[in-house]
Design a protein around this ligand. Sequence first.
Ligand code: ZN
Length: 191
Amino acid sequence: MSTLPIRIYGDAILRKKAKPVTQIDGELQQLIAQMTETMRTADSPPGVGLAAPQVGRLVRVVIAREDADEDTPVHCLINPRVVEQEGEQTDSESCLSLPTLCGVVGRYLRVLVEGIGPDEKELSLELEVLLARVLQHEIDHLNGVLFIDRAQPDSLNWLIPDEDEEDGYRLKPTALEQVGQVFERLRQKRQ
Ligand code: ZN
C-alpha cells in the first residue's frame, strides 16, 4: 500500500473545511488504507492520528490510535463529531503537518464521538485522555483548525533530537512567526 505526501503548515488546504462523506466506496476505502500507511510510516515524532485534509483530501475522514506501537489498533471515523464532552486535560501536542513542533493545548478529558466506520456501520466511541485528545485534534483538522491555534502562548517548542535526553529530544522555544517561516522554507524545498 502506498503512502501519500503529508501537507505542511502554510498549505492552504489545511485551513479549509472538509465536506461530509456521502458514499463509502472503493475510492474512500483506498484513501483510508493509504492514510493508515502514511501515519504508520511517519516519524517526526511517530503519528497517532491523521485527518484527510493533511493528505490533500477535503473529506471528513480521520484515523487515530492510542500510541505508535505497531500492534495498536487504528480507529477510523467517517463524518466524526463530538456529541458529549466532560472534564479538562492539558498536555503537549504535535502534528504531522507541523513536523518537530510541539505546544501545550487544553482539551476535554472525555468525549463521546459518533460517526461511521469503514464498514458503513454507525460508530459511537467513548474516549478518554490520549485518544480523546487525538480525536479532538483530528476533528479540528476537518474544520481547518490546527493545534497552534489553541496552544498556550509561549508553549511552542521545536523537538530537537538529543541522545542525552530521556525521551530522545530536547525542547527549543519558538514563536508562531518563526514557525511560519521555517515551514514555508520546508514547503518550498519539497515542491
Ligand atoms: Zn494534526
